[in-house]
Design a protein around this ligand. Structure first.
Ligand code: ZN
Ligand code: MN
Length: 491
C-alpha cells in the first residue's frame, strides 16, 4: 500500500528585540538565570503589560516576507494553562484576530518545480520561562529549576495551512524549515539559532492511501530540537502510521513526543486529554489598529528577499541558478560576493572561487564569512589576478590561505593579494626561455616519460608538467608548458 503524506508545521521563532514583549526587561541570551526579570514578566498581581512596538513591526515584517495579508485589526488573547515555567498561569497570545494571515512560502517541490506552501497565520505571543532539570532526562531528575529570563520574550508563531499546498515529504519539510529560517534571518527578525531555542517547531502529520481523498487523523509531534530530529521523527512517524494503515488499523488523533535517544515517537496524550486553553480576549491590552501607512513603511524598508536576490544574481552576474542559490543562502555571504564582484570582472570564476575555495576555508576554520576578516575587495582582486593570468590558480589558493591565516591570527585584515605576491616572489614564470629550460630539464630527468610520449602515449605529458609545477611551486604557466612540450615532440 502506498500513501500520500501531509505535513504541517507550527514554528516558534524568537524575535530580535532589545526588550521583552510587555515589559522593559532585556532579551539578551546567555545572561545568568533570573537576572532579566521584573514584576510584569514574573506575573506579579497588579502589574500591567505594555506592548513593544518593535515586536509588532517585526511580526508584520515576517508576515510581508511570507506573502501574508496584514490585518487592520488584531487583538491579544489569553491562553490558559498551568505549568511551572508560566508565571501568570496564562500566555498572552493571539487567537481569532492574528496580525498576519493567508500567506505562503515558495520552496522547490520534490518534482523540481516551485511550490507555494500555504501559511495560515503568523501571530505574536510571549515565550514562557525555561525549566532546567537536575539530570539530562526529565524522568531521571530529582528536581527542576526555573529560569524566567525567557518569560515574556517576543515570539512569532508561524502556522502552516493544511488545506493549501501542504508539505508532502520529508525532503520538502527540510526545504520549508530552512526556507522559513532563511527568510527570518534575511529580514533580521530573528537569528533563529536552533541550539539557543530561538527556532522551535511542532509538526502535524497525516497519511492517506494514494488516490483516495480521505485523510486519516492528524498526529502531532512535539519536542524536536534540531532539523535532524525533525527528519528522524517524520521518517519514524510515516513508517509507524503506514504500518498501522496497511494492516487495517486506524491512526488515532494524538500528540506524541520525539525521544531523541531512542529515535522513536512516544504517546504523550490522546485527543480526549487535549488541553482546553479557554482562550479569551486579553482585558489588559487594547485592540491593535494597524494603519496602511505603517504596513507600507515596513514594506518599503524590506530588504531584498533571498529568492529575488538569487534571480538577480543569475541575470546580473551571468552565473548558474545553482550557484546563485548557494551564494544567497545567507545575507552576509551574498553581500560579500557583491562587494567582491566590484573588483573582479570574471564573475563566473568569482562564484566558483567563493563556493569552492572560500567555503572550504570557512568550513575548515568553522567561521562565517564576516569572521574570516578578509575584505571582500581583496578576495575580488585575488580572483581577478587569477583570471587575467597574473598568477596561477595554485598560487591563488596559497595567497587566499595566507590572507585568511594572517587575518585570523592578528584579528584584523592583513596584506592584500598584490603585496603578498610581490613580497613572496609568487609572480608566475612567463619568460619563454625560462619555461623551455624547465621543460628540457624535466625531459632529461625523466627519460622513461619521454620514451612513452614518443611511443604515442599522451599521459606522461601531465606527469612532466606536474614535475615542473612541483619544482616551481606552481609558478609555471601550465598552458604554455603544454605548448612547448607539444612543439618538442612534433619536431
Ligand atoms: Zn520583565
Ligand atoms: Mn504558540
Amino acid at each position: 500500500m502506498e500513501f500520500d503524506v501531509i505535513i504541517c508545521f507550527e514554528i516558534h521563532a524568537e524575535l530580535k528585540t532589545e526588550s521583552k514583549l510587555f515589559c522593559p526587561c532585556a532579551t539578551k541570551p546567555g545572561a545568568p538565570p533570573n537576572t532579566q526579570v521584573c514584576p510584569v514578566c514574573a506575573g506579579h498581581p497588579g502589574t500591567l503589560p505594555v506592548l513593544n512596538r518593535k515586536a509588532v513591526e517585526q511580526c508584520i515584517k515576517a508576515g510581508l516576507a511570507m506573502n501574508c495579508a496584514i490585518r487592520e485589526h488584531a487583538k491579544f488573547a489569553r491562553k490558559n494553562y498551568f505549568y511551572p515555567d508560566l508565571p501568570k498561569g496564562y500566555q498572552i497570545s493571539q487567537y481569532d484576530e492574528p496580525l498576519c494571515e493567508y500567506g505562503y512560502l515558495e520552496i522547490m517541490g520534490d518534482d523540481g518545480e516551485p511550490y507555494q506552501v500555504g501559511i495560515k497565520r503568523i501571530h505574536l505571543e510571549e515565550d514562557a520561562g525555561k525549566l532546567v532539570h537536575s539530570a539530562k532526562s526529565f524522568e531521571r531528575s530529582e528536581y527542576s529549576l526555573v529560569d524566567f529570563n525567557r518569560a515574556g520574550v517576543p515570539l512569532i508563531e508561524i502556522v502552516a495551512d493544511h488545506t493549501r499546498n501542504p508539505v508532502r515529504s520529508v525532503e520538502e519539510a527540510r526545504r520549508y524549515l530552512e526556507g522559513i529560517r532563511q527568510v527570518l534571518r534575511y529580514i533580521d527578525a530573528s537569528d533563529c539559532i536552533i541550539e539557543e531555542g530561538q527556532f522551535r517547531c511542532d509538526v502535524n502529520i497525516s497519511l492517506k492511501p494514494k488516490g483516495s481523498d480521505q485523510f486519516n487523523e492528524r498526529v502531532e509531534i512535539k519536542n524536536m530540537a534540531s532539523f535532524k530530529a525533525v527528519r528522524a521523527a517524520l521518517e519514524y512517524e510515516i513508517k509507524r502510521q503506514s504500518d498501522i494503515l496497511a494492516t487495517g488499523g486506524t491512526v488515532a488523533q494524538e500528540t506524541r513526543l520525539f525521544d531523541e535517544e531512542k529515535q522513536v515517537t512516544i504517546l504523550m496524550r490522546s485527543k480526549e486529554d487535549a488541553p482546553d486553553y479557554r482562550y479569551f480576549p486579553e482585558p489588559d491590552l487594547v485592540g491593535l489598529h494597524i494603519s496602511q501607512e505603517l504596513v507600507e513603511k515596513i514594506a518599503s524598508q524590506m530588504p531584498e528577499l533571498p529568492s529575488v536576490k538569487a534571480q538577480r544574481f543569475v541575470a546580473a552576474y551571468g552565473i548558474s541558478k545553482a550557484d546563485a542559490l548557494l551564494l544567497t543562502r545567507e545575507r552576509e555571504l551574498s553581500h560579500y560576493f557583491e562587494e567582491a564582484a566590484k573588483h573582479c570582472q570574471d564573475r563566473k570564476r568569482l562564484a566558483i572561487w567563493t563556493i569552492k575555495e572560500l567555503f572550504r576555508i570557512l568550513n575548515e576554520n568553522k567561521i562565517t564569512v564576516e569572521q574570516c576578516l578578509v575584505p571582500p575587495q581583496d578576495f575580488g582582486r585575488l580572483v581577478q589576478l587569477i583570471s587575467s593570468g597574473e598568477i596561477t590558480e595554485k598560487i591563488g589558493k596559497t595567497v587566499l590561505k595566507e590572507m585568511v591565516d594572517a587575518a585570523l591570527s592578528s584579528g584584523k585584515p592583513g596584506k592584500g593579494p598584490g603585496q603578498i605576491i610581490e613580497e613572496r616572489g609568487l609572480k608566475p614564470i612567463t619568460d619563454r626561455g625560462a619555461l623551455e629550460r624547465l621543460v628540457l630539464e624535466a625531459m632529461e630527468a625523466h627519460p622513461e616519460a619521454v620514451e612513452k610520449i614518443r611511443a604515442g602515449k599522451p599521459e606522461p605529458v601531465n606527469f612532466l608538467i606536474g614535475q615542473i609545477m612541483k619544482k616551481t611551486n606552481g609558478r609555471a604557466h601550465a598552458g604554455r608548458l603544454r605548448e612547448i612540450i607539444a612543439e618538442k615532440f612534433s619536431s
